[in-house]
Design a protein around this ligand. Structure first.
Ligand code: HEC
Length: 231
């Protein structure tokens, strides 16, 4: 065997092991050091992302202050509202709840087939787990054998909630109540009305009344879409 050949083979092996360690070590972040980036602009977008600050000093050509001025949300033009924005002025306080309950009587949307369908879909996703698919407060989370939720969800079929104004329901949906979280960030205003209409239709079922796009014999607070004044 040629001794020189063995040595160079060993040397190569040693070299590759050392460089392997060096390579791995270069990726190790130190205490507060993220390590080195190869071509930083590939990880950090140069573009302005809408409503999101992704400022990265090596990759933006303006100061952070200017960057934020361009990238962050702007207020609507004075005297205007953005589409879908809520024209609901009652604040998330007990006083706001009381005022909404007393003042917000008429539903802002008529009862339509489509709205009831959407309301049912949304109710079953967001509310039925606690309030039950029938709206009677017997959802899966509060079931008798093994329910875990500590508080009793409202039973919408009680007279107390049948007589509750639309404003009272709307406020609870938008902001929540006590341990119930608000759904203002999940349901837009139209969807909240769809859900309210659907809850009303569940109440009507219990009372043997009709609450549909054709007729509303449950209350005077929502107009059926196919309502004709000749009736
Ligand atoms: C995690 C369980 C939970 C979910 C999910 C939930 N609720 Fe509730 N809800 C409650 C509880 C508990 C109460 C009773 C709150 C209280 O009075 O302290 C309540 C109360 C209410 C009330 C009555 C408020 C009042 O004025 O007394 C309404 C209306 C209501 N919920 C609507 C909804 C709707 C609509 C959804 C779905 C968008 C929903 N809730 C989802 C638990 C839940």
């Amino acid at each position: 065997m040629n001794p020189i050949k063995i040595t160079s083979k060993k040397f190569l092996t040693l070299l590759s092991v050392i460089s392997g360690f060096l390579f791995l070590a270069s990726c190790q972040p130190g205490d507060n050091n993220p390590g080195y980036e190869y071509m930083p602009d590939m990880a950090h977008s140069v573009a302005y992302e809408a409503n999101y600050s992704s400022y990265y000093s090596l990759n933006q050509f303006v100061s952070e202050k200017d960057y934020r001025k361009y990238a962050m949300p702007k207020s609507p033009v004075a005297g205007t509202r953005s589409m879908g924005q809520d024209a609901y002025y009652y604040p998330n306080t007990e006083e706001g709840r009381a005022r909404a309950s007393a003042e917000l009587i008429m539903a802002k949307t008529p009862i339509t087939e489509k709205g009831l369908e959407r309301g049912k879909y949304l109710f079953n996703i967001y509310c039925a787990i606690c309030h039950g698919e029938k709206g009677n407060g017997e959802g899966y989370l509060v079931r008798e054998d093994g329910g875990k939720f500590p508080a009793q969800p409202a039973d919408f079929t009680l007279d107390k909630f049948i007589n509750a104004t639309n404003g009272q329901l709307y406020h609870a949906i938008k902001y929540g109540k006590n341990v119930m979280a608000g759904y203002g960030d999940k349901l837009n205003p139209e969807e909240r009305w769809d859900v309210i209409h659907y809850i009303r239709s569940l109440q009507a079922k219990v009372k043997g009344k009709e609450y549909s796009a054709n007729k509303n014999t449950l209350n005077d607070w929502a107009i059926p879409a196919h309502h004709s004044s000749a009736e």
